[in-house]
Design a protein around this ligand. Structure first.
Ligand code: ZN
Length: 198
């Protein structure tokens, strides 16, 4: 389909390759972009390149950050002996927004999915086990309640059990298949308070 001229087509194609953006939305975005002041478009493009070049995984928890340690890991007032395991940085942000969780995190950067061919070695699991060699009191598993999230939770709890470290799973107030990032703060906190031993 070639509705636009070459350069416009290229922009629409690039935008529609992003997750959640179909061809229609890409067309709307492209249309909006070419109407924006050139300086603002330049700033937007620069922010994208700058983030891509400078954002990497936190050395400790593997969330995305542009420092060596993310703000949570470098905060001495947090309980560094309690680790909440989440699938991605957005899930971590969801719990951070509640302002009530005082421990630290471990971001798996994915979940185990036999269907998609994602195994334990494809997520930051070895890195979690390494952290558990330190002085850790509790691991709270807060993966999503999707099939992948539950599979990952089971797998992790089996790995951790022999170490004697307390392993808990957030309560199932979180709707099945729900991404943590889309859930309201009260439900998140209720799920954390009602966590169960694994
Ligand atoms: Zn960190």
């Amino acid at each position: 389909m070639k509705l636009y001229s070459g350069k416009m087509n290229r922009l629409v194609e690039e935008l529609s390759s992003l997750p959640g953006i179909g061809e229609k939305s890409a067309g709307r975005l492209a249309d909006h972009l070419i109407r924006m002041p050139e300086e603002r478009v330049r700033k937007l493009a620069e922010a994208m390149v700058d983030a891509r070049e400078n954002v990497h995984f936190c050395r400790e928890c593997f969330t995305l950050t542009d420092e060596e340690l993310c703000p949570v890991c470098s905060n001495d007032t947090r309980d560094h002996d309690t680790i909440m395991v989440v699938e991605d940085t957005r899930d971590m942000q969801a719990y951070e927004k509640t302002g009530k969780y005082t421990g630290v995190y471990h971001v798996l950067q994915g979940a185990i999915s036999p269907m998609l061919g994602i195994g334990p070695n494809d997520i930051k699991l070895k890195e979690l086990m390494k952290r558990l060699e330190g002085d850790i009191k509790e691991v709270i598993i807060a993966t999503n309640s999707s099939l992948e999230g539950e599979t990952t939770a089971m797998y992790i709890s089996k790995l951790i059990k022999p170490t004697g470290i307390r392993v808990t799973r957030i309560a199932s107030g979180v709707p099945v298949g729900g991404d943590l990032e889309n859930i309201d703060e009260i439900t998140l906190l209720r799920a954390l308070d009602g966590r169960v031993e694994l």
